[in-house]
Design a protein around this ligand. Structure first.
Ligand code: BES
Ligand code: ZN
Length: 632
């Protein structure tokens, strides 16, 4: 179908909303969503959300594992922001649309609509002609088996081997591969859903659900708090549940359920620390789901149900900062949301900051500083590898080529360090209540970097004008690299590790003589990451035979070691690295490992492993690694 324009939407647009939180008077609104006034500043959506806004999505879907599709209807409630708006524009990607109806005066009639040509990143723009008194659209559709936001696993790809598994990943712009939506973080919707699955499987969503719902193949969900479309999430499989307390628990395949519940047993303390600092958790239950190993992230903050990689289950709670991180998104990100991916640091930088504050609260300053120091090393590397300086600004440029470019350590760690800087300048006694007020003021809203800067100015800076200068602030937000005012985290534990490492490198002690017995994973990571270039094969072998680094079960340590092995040409690690790449799909590890193989003269071997591993990887990981091997 070709695109047709239905006449001009009218220049003298009347804005019905005078201020935030006002509801449209003329249009019947079915859901109590506060419609925020917004300017359109998200180039990764087709939606005309400055004119017409979705407010509620109701899904009624069959989860068809034979055809690997979601098949059913999406019913969309909307309100006109501009009274004379003529069309509703939605994002879709790889959806097969079967019918589109519009409801006017309680009657469903076929709608007039048009589809653009598909764009490989953005998908297909769906423009639906509105009728004067219409307030709902119903779309019958099905997803594609290759939808980037869905991974369909065969029974053989699961731990249990007998049932298939499906999970979704909406962030950043893949909600549109699951349902027609206004796929921008600027638009919030409530949602309800009915999913039909094979009766022996459980369906879960980022919504209200009872962990003890019997398995019968029919599941209903309600998400009464408005959330951006990227937080719409499903998981379907042979999934069991184990509680941690009365409102926190773990979902996982049976093989890992007990271990995961033990690993994450301190989640209630994390929640309490968060609440002490930033106010009540507003979402009801908080559950965790441990996904299959192909999940391409460490974690994903789907509301009420964080998604986690199984590589966090290390046995010693050493990697639980990721849980602190996903939980912290319940304030920064899910409650107060970046209005476009250019402002991703408002989600990820704030969250990384809160994560570290919570880790300090629970485990003390030493662990918090070790995590800051490891992060700072990563940030320096990311800055040095940036393709252009603008990509190291917190406020990202308006010509990002893909939202992926917004999720580097710049948003996370430069963002967190900007907040450390503000904390240091204003003091915790002022900064903590300020952040709490920020979450409160912007709850269930979308914010821009400029909104935050104005809030900072009005709420904190005017009363403390000497705390920082405009130039210092601009260097953080609109300037490249790491500002000189950044904290320099110094971990005493790491200093000691470095001293032992230096003695070993100088040949003064053997590897076995280094007192590593009480080293935490963090100390090991510092030791491995800071190994100098040019280690001899004998030095690699000495470390490896003393400490069994090749094949280590801690995924972070394994990753750090394999990076060094690739750069140093240490071939005895090859078989274990191959196995790691075949069994772990977490992007943070595998993208850099493949890139390192390519950059260190082992492209053919890397490509050979990838050819074997690719069918098991998530579509997002497939796209990213295809690009690594495609680039010259
Ligand atoms: N929201 C992110 C994951 C994400 C980012 C998904 C961009 C899609 C696009 C999540 O909160 C996250 O940051 N996860 C990190 C862990 C964290 C401790 C840094 C990860 O996956 O490694
Ligand atoms: Zn995050």
């Amino acid at each position: 179908m070709t695109f047709t324009k239905y006449g001009l939407a009218g220049v003298a647009a009347i804005t019905l909303l005078a201020c935030e939180n006002t509801q449209i008077a003329e249009t019947p609104v079915k859901t109590p969503v506060a419609v925020q006034e917004l300017t359109k500043d998200d180039k990764f959506t087709y939606a005309n959300y400055d004119e017409v806004r979705m407010t509620h999505l109701d899904l009624d879907l069959d989860v068809d594992f034979d055809r690997k599709v979601l098949d059913g209807t999406a019913t969309i409630d909307f309100v006109k922001i501009k009274g004379d708006a003529k069309e509703l524009v939605l994002d879709t990607k790889d959806l097969t649309l079967k019918s589109i109806e519009i409801r006017e005066k309680d009657e469903w009639v076929p709608a007039t609509y048009a589809l653009s040509d598909p764009d490989p990143m953005m998908g297909t723009k769906l423009t639906i002609l509105l009728l004067d008194d219409a307030d709902q659209i119903r779309i019958a559709y099905e997803t594609s088996p290759t939808a980037e936001g869905l991974q369909w696993l065969s029974p053989e790809q699961t731990a249990g081997k007998t049932h298939p598994y499906l999970f979704s990943q909406g962030q950043a712009i893949n909600a549109r591969t699951m349902a027609p939506v206004q796929d921008t973080p600027a638009v919030r919707i409530t949602y309800s859903a009915k999913l039909r699955t094979p009766p022996e499987l459980v369906a879960l969503m980022s919504a209200d659900q009872d962990p003890y719902t019997p398995r019968d193949g029919e599941y209903e969900f309600d998400m009464p708090q408005p959330v951006p479309a990227y937080l719409l999430a499903f998981a379907v499989g042979d999934i069991d549940f184990k509680p941690i307390n009365d409102h926190i628990g773990v979902y996982a395949e049976e093989y890992i359920l007990n271990a995961a519940t033990e690993e994450f047993s301190e989640t209630p303390m994390m929640e309490e620390a968060n609440e002490r600092l930033y106010g009540p958790y507003l979402w009801g239950r908080y559950d965790l789901i441990v996904l299959p190993p192909s999940f391409p992230f460490g974690g994903m903050e789907n509301p009420r149900l964080s998604f986690l990689t199984p590589t966090l289950v290390a046995g010693d709670k050493s990697l639980t900062n990721v849980v602190a991180h996903e939980l912290a998104h319940s304030w920064s990100g899910n409650l107060v949301t970046n209005s476009s991916w250019r402002d991703a640091w408002l989600n990820e930088g704030f969250t990384s900051y809160v994560e570290n504050r919570v880790m300090e609260d629970l485990y003390g300053e030493d662990r918090a500083v070790m995590e800051q120091a490891l992060d700072m090393e990563g940030l320096k590397r990311a800055i040095s590898e940036a393709e252009r300086p603008e990509l190291t600004h917190l406020k990202l440029p308006d010509d990002l080529t893909h939202p992926d470019e917004a999720f580097t350590l710049v948003s996370y760690i430069k963002g967190a360090n900007f907040l450390f800087f503000l904390e240091d300048r204003f003091g915790r006694d002022k900064f903590d209540p300020f952040l709490k007020k920020y979450f409160d003021t912007y709850a269930f809203k979308s914010v821009t970097t400029e909104d935050f800067i104005k809030f900072l100015h009005d709420e904190l800076h005017v009363d403390n004008p000497d705390a920082l200068t405009r130039a210092e602030l601009d260097a953080w937000v609109y300037g490249p690299g790491l500002p000189e005012t950044a904290r320099k985290p110094i971990s005493n534990a790491f200093e000691k590790v470095s001293e032992h490492q230096a003695a070993w490198l100088a040949g003064e002690v053997t590897a076995a003589e280094i007192p590593t017995d009480n080293w935490s994973t963090h100390e090991w990571l510092h030791f491995i990451n800071s190994l100098p270039e040019g280690l001899t094969e004998a030095q690699f072998a000495e470390l490896d035979s003393t400490y069994s680094l090749t094949g280590t079960q801690n995924a972070e340590s394994a990753f750090a070691w394999y990076m060094q092995a690739i750069k140093g040409g240490y071939a005895p690690a090859d078989a274990s690295l191959d196995n790691f790449l075949m069994t772990v799909g977490r992007g943070k590890f595998i993208y850099r490992l493949y890139q390192a193989l390519k950059d260190n003269g082992r492209e053919d071997w890397g490509a050979e492993i990838y050819a074997r591993a690719r069918p098991g990887y998530h579509p997002i990981a497939q796209r990213r690694i295809d690009n690594i091997f495609a680039e010259e």
